[in-house]
Every structure is written in structure tokens, then in C-alpha cells.
Design a protein around this ligand. Structure first.
Ligand SMILES: [Cu+2]
Length: 172
């Protein structure tokens, strides 16, 4: 009986932690511990194609960078892009840049649904991956690994080069 009363004491604490995480501004941010699971095997998504991935180079010392890419849904059903992680950053959020009263600001964008046959572009001035808590300095030419997580539990792994500008291959 002692152990069950202990679990009754611990359970509300665990729920409180979950509620705290869920109530955070950014629903897209996973618990920090999940970044250690990047090497765990998950099923790759079958209909999502990613191209034009890049990370914008930032001045030395920058802790936050922005990542861009285009996600294509080649399937016949909508796909929900939930969140992303990278071994190089402590936290990755989906953000959108908005201009409000002439002032550029950004907000947590949350998950993004890609209709069948459509694409979602993460690009400067719009949607971006907000890359926070850089674990080391990044310079032009470095490669940043990402794992993208989708609503059905599948994933897509992407490697994005650090660059001063969008890849030349990027076309509308
Ligand atoms: Cu941002």
C-alpha cells in the first residue's frame, strides 16, 4: 500500500508538469527530453517531400537562428506538420513573421496542415523554424540536421545547409 500511496502523490505532480507544458505559449515545442530521441527509429512519412531547406547564417554569438524549407504533400489526404527538432538546438518552434502597424513581429504558428497536392513554404518574412538555444556556433556551409514530426507519428529527416541566402534552386 505504501507504493500505491506514493504513486497517488506523484501522479498529480506529473499532471501539473504536463499542464504547464500544454499551457505554454508555443504548442509546437516538444518537451526538452525529446530532443535526445532523434536517433530513435520512426516510420518515415510516405507522401511528404521536403526541398530548399536552409538555415540563415547569423552573426557570431547568435543564440537564435531561422530555418526555411518547402514541404510538399504528394499524397491524397491532408498532412499535419506538428513540430521539428534538431540536435544542434535546444528548442525549435514553428513561427510566423507578421507585420502589425508597420512593425515586424513574430508569433508561434503552431502546426501546419498541408492539403493534398499542395505545399507549405517556410521562407523569410513568413513561416519559419525558430531555432533557439544553439548548442554551438554555426558558420556558412555547416549542415544542420532536422527531424520533422507529422500528425500520424511519422517523421522526415532533413539536412539544411547554413547559408547567407536561399538556395539558388528555390523557385516558386
Ligand atoms: Cu521566429
Amino acid at each position: 500500500m505504501k507504493s500505491s500511496s506514493l504513486s497517488r502523490v506523484l501522479a498529480p505532480a506529473a499532471i501539473a508538469v504536463l499542464a504547464l507544458a500544454a499551457g505554454m505559449d508555443c504548442a509546437a515545442a516538444p518537451p526538452m527530453a525529446m530532443t535526445t530521441q532523434q536517433s530513435a527509429s520512426t516510420a518515415p512519412h510516405k507522401t511528404v517531400r521536403v526541398d530548399s531547406a536552409w538555415v540563415r547564417a547569423a552573426p557570431p554569438g547568435a543564440m537564435s537562428l531561422a530555418g526555411y524549407m518547402t514541404l510538399h504533400n504528394d499524397g491524397h489526404v491532408p498532412v499535419r506538420f506538428d513540430w521539428a527538432q534538431s540536435d544542434v538546438f535546444g528548442m525549435v518552434e514553428l513561427h510566423r513573421t507578421l507585420t502589425v502597424n508597420g512593425v515586424s513581429t513574430m508569433r508561434v504558428a503552431g502546426d501546419q496542415t498541408i492539403p493534398p497536392g499542395a505545399s507549405v513554404r517556410f521562407e523569410p518574412g513568413g513561416l519559419h523554424l525558430m531555432l533557439m538555444q544553439a548548442r554551438h556556433e554555426l558558420k556558412i556551409g555547416d549542415l544542420v540536421p532536422f527531424r520533422l514530426h507529422f500528425g500520424d507519428g511519422s517523421t522526415v529527416d532533413v539536412v539544411a545547409p547554413v547559408s547567407a541566402q536561399a538556395p539558388a534552386a528555390t523557385k516558386r
